[in-house]
Design a protein around this ligand. Structure first.
Ligand code: SF4
Ligand code: SF4
Length: 783
């Protein structure tokens, strides 16, 4: 089963990525399909499905090559036609045999590209069992997708594909969700396509230029740079959104702009490292070559007779991988060749010059690259520091619903989830800026780990990024106070926290502060290593071992018995509400009042009792606040008591999901929680929507303070007092009636004051009008 590479042949770079065709037919009949509808028709002569012997031979060749070259990780994509046509039994056979042969030699990264039509929970279970990540093809909303992706009888496949994506979004299958592959049709609205894809919450989007050559150029209804213009519309939106999803084409071009690798054969000068194995065992070049001419992908080798070394020494394969030297003169002299790389090789084909041409998408690629280089994400984000992430919430989505819901002074679970999602996007955008700053430094390793984990364990990354005090750290790093250094090392703590949550093994350096290693949102471990400022963390199976100086401490996974010195974030379980008491985080001190130190056991027990009693009061007297608090308030940070005994509480625009308060009687604590949570909610709304003219400088007089307030302060106070009026409305007795009237009048007057400024935007007017309507509905109250 082995062959010998020519004695004098150079030793080509090893191969670590393979596409295995497991079924050569498809249940769809897409008219843009390069397998069936383009020049190459070799599929007609192939077996419909791969045979067991072919799987074994392919697995043997891959393992053999990995062993000989010492390759540690092999990526293998199951492909078709449509791979799901193989059925659960056939796929289980393929996966079991591949793993048995390859995993003893190298880590196996199994993928599948599918149209999704036949995906079922049973198949997803199989993919979970074997660690297969599935990419689904979807071209946008129903109209966009139906343009090409139809069944042979012309029927739409959109509903079936969306059902498959909904399956992959389920928590139990989310880890199998690799992303969406979207073939561009410039007749589709780019904004609509982007929004439709984003709504499917993919970890990654791959935009594919439709396969074309100089012989058969692509349609250009919008002019010579139709594809660049289409993609740039999405690029600008994506940047403004805070890059909420990995769009491979954009990220590859951004990486190559600073000398990095593109990670794809589509752009850049990375040597193509991909070989295809057809259902009959034939070795082939990348599938895209099929678009050039009949047989363009074939190299006349097969897995039964030829090793991977023979494949990668084949002249066509070598030509495919030649990088700069494989390009035509025009490309070699092009100013953006390092980023473009002449595009996909298949797109360079012409009848006269073969592949010795620039890409048929040359004008598009050049315009896309030059424009992206001129408008890098940092610039765009810096120009819109606070609205970058959130505009997507209100731009194109039903903003009115959100404002109308929160304008009642309360807020549904759905609204709070949307605010949380916008905050998460904002934090991600800040982290991307931090990644840009640490590129090329030792801290970049932590970011690279986070990026990798984001692909493998998106939920763990999102849960870690939702930690309320992360935003404060990120802003501190990006704009440190005079005399302070950015705390880049905290990136390591962040990556470690993700790895612990995800149960992914890794080894990383983290900061040691005052003898504590902090894992954001989880807790901290004390290490006795005087003078040390860094520790090495080995994360294994959800636990970790920390080393600093001569000290070594091992913390088992959650549920195991904790060693001395492990300080978890305290969790309080109330009736349907889980909240943390955070007296630990190094960035929690972001309020106008100082925070306490670590609570002792008696203080903690007392806090637990107070919160339980306050929550009961809220459920009774402010039931409309319950859903919002349950969804959007995760962390309470104890504040130091006022020496004069006055109540203290605070919220911070940089800490969505958290507030600070002193301990108080149940009724008072209930009011403080509701009052501050109003500020949390409104702060998040202001992050995503301009409610007033920011150039408005006049101060407003408000009934609860003697000094006039800036417009935003007046709006915040009005919104908070409205909720307090609501609480007193529900309480019994004369005192409650008096209080309700007082807060009601204050709020009413302040609303008049706000409405009279003429400085509210359309969204602001809508929001304040809704507050007014809600108050008016209370006026009917017999109180
Ligand atoms: S789903 Fe994929 S393989 Fe099937 S016809 Fe469409 S493009 Fe071709
Ligand atoms: S932009 Fe055009 S000329 Fe330049 S490398 Fe790309 S395909 Fe070649």
């Amino acid at each position: 089963m082995s062959t010998t590479p020519g004695e004098s042949a150079p030793w080509p770079p090893s191969l670590s990525e393979y596409v295995l065709k497991v079924h050569s037919r498809c249940d769809l009949a897409c008219d843009h399909c390069y397998v069936y509808e383009h020049a190459d028709q070799s599929w007609r002569a192939r077996p419909r499905q791969i045979a067991r012997e072919t799987v074994d031979a392919a697995a043997f060749r891959i393992a053999e090559h990995a062993r000989e070259r010492g390759t540690r990780r092999v990526r293998l994509v199951l492909h078709g036609g449509e791979p799901l046509l193989l059925g659960a039994g056939g796929l289980a056979m393929v996966l079991t045999r591949l793993r048995a042969a390859i995993e003893p030699v190298a880590e196996l990264d199994l993928r599948m590209q599918s149209n999704g039509v036949l995906l079922t929970p049973g198949l997803c279970d199989l993919f979970v069992e074997h660690g297969v990540r599935v990419g689904i093809s979807l071209d946008g909303d129903a109209a966009a997708n139906d343009r090409h992706r139809r069944f042979a009888n012309g029927a739409s496949s959109h509903a079936q594909v969306r059902r498959a994506l909904a399956l992959l979004r389920r928590p139990e299958y989310r880890r199998c969700y690799a992303g969406i592959l979207c073939t561009i049709d410039v007749r589709n609205d780019p904004v609509g396509v982007y929004r439709a894809l984003l709504a499917e919450e993919p970890p990654r989007i791959d935009f594919l230029l439709p396969h074309a050559t100089w012989v058969d150029p692509p349609p250009r209804p919008g002019g010579v740079t139709s594809y660049a213009d289409w993609l740039l519309t999405i690029y600008r939106l994506w940047v403004r959104d805070g890059r909420p999803v990995d769009i491979r084409l954009f990220n590859s071009l951004l990486a190559t702009a600073v000398g990095g690798r593109s990670g794809t054969e589509v752009v850049g000068l990375d040597p193509s490292g991909l070989a295809v194995i057809e259902t009959d065992g034939a070795w082939e070049l990348a599938d895209s070559m099929k678009t050039a001419f009949d047989g363009a992908a074939g190299i006349g080798l097969d897995v039964f007779q030829h090793s991977v070394d023979v494949v990668i020494s084949h002249p066509e394969f070598v030509r495919n991988r030649r990088g700069l030297t494989g390009l035509c003169q025009t490309c070699r002299e092009c100013s953006v060749v390092g980023q473009c790389g002449g595009g996909l090789r298949a797109h360079r084909y012409s009848a006269a010059g073969g592949f010795d041409n620039p890409s048929v998408y040359c004008a598009d690629l050049k315009k896309l690259i030059v424009t992206m280089n001129r408008e890098p994400p940092e610039t765009a984000l810096a120009a819109h520091p606070s609205h970058a992430a959130g505009d997507r919430l209100l731009d194109g989505l039903p903003a009115a619903d959100l404002l109308d819901d929160l304008g009642t002074g309360q807020g549904s679970e759905a609204s709070l989830q949307r605010l949380a999602a916008a905050q998460l996007a904002y934090v991600r955008a800040l982290l991307v800026q931090i990644a840009d700053r640490v590129a090329g430094t030792p801290f970049a390793a932590a970011w690279e780990l986070i990026v990798r984990l984001d692909e493998e364990a998106t939920d763990a990354v999102s849960a870690t990024f939702a930690h309320p005090y992360l935003r404060r750290w990120a802003r501190h790093c990006l704009a440190p106070a005079a005399g302070e250094d950015p705390d880049w090392g905290y990136l390591g703590a962040l990556a470690a926290a993700v790895a612990v949550r995800a149960g992914v093994d890794t080894d990383i350096e983290v900061p040691l502060r005052a003898g504590l290693v902090h894992l954001p949102g989880l807790g901290a471990q004390a290490i006795d290593a005087p003078g040390e400022r860094r520790a090495r963390l080995s994360v294994t199976g959800g636990g970790f071992t920390a080393r600093a100086g001569r000290s070594v401490v091992t913390v088992p996974p959650a549920g195991g018995s904790s060693p001395a010195g492990w300080v978890p974030v305290h969790q309080v379980e109330l009736d349907g509400w889980t909240v943390s008491i955070d007296d630990l985080d190094p960035y929690r001190d972001c309020y106008q009042w100082p925070v306490t130190g670590r609570l002792d056991p008696a203080q903690l027990a007392s806090w637990r009792g107070s919160l339980a009693a306050a929550w009961t009061r809220i459920e009774r007297s402010a039931p409309g606040q319950v859903a919002g608090l349950r969804t959007g308030l995760w962390t309470i940070t104890p504040l130091r008591a006022d020496p004069g005994g006055r109540l203290r509480s605070a919220a911070s625009r940089d800490a969505f999901g958290a507030l600070g308060t002193v301990q108080a009687s149940p009724d008072s604590l209930a009011e403080l929680l509701v009052h501050e949570f109003q500020h949390v909610k409104l702060g998040a709304v202001l992050d995503v929507s301009q409610l007033y003219d920011p150039t408005y400088r006049k101060r407003l007089s408000v009934p609860w303070r003697e000094d006039p307030r800036p417009l935003e302060g007046a709006l915040q106070g009005t919104y908070a007092h409205m909720a307090i009026a609501d609480i007193w409305r529900a309480r019994p007795g004369d005192l409650a009636r008096q209080r309700h009237r007082q807060y009601f009048r204050w709020t009413e007057r302040a609303i008049d004051e706000l409405a009279g400024t003429g400085a509210l935007t359309e969204h602001g007017q809508r929001f304040v009008r809704r507050m007014r309507q809600t108050m008016d509905s209370w006026s009917d109250d017999p109180r």
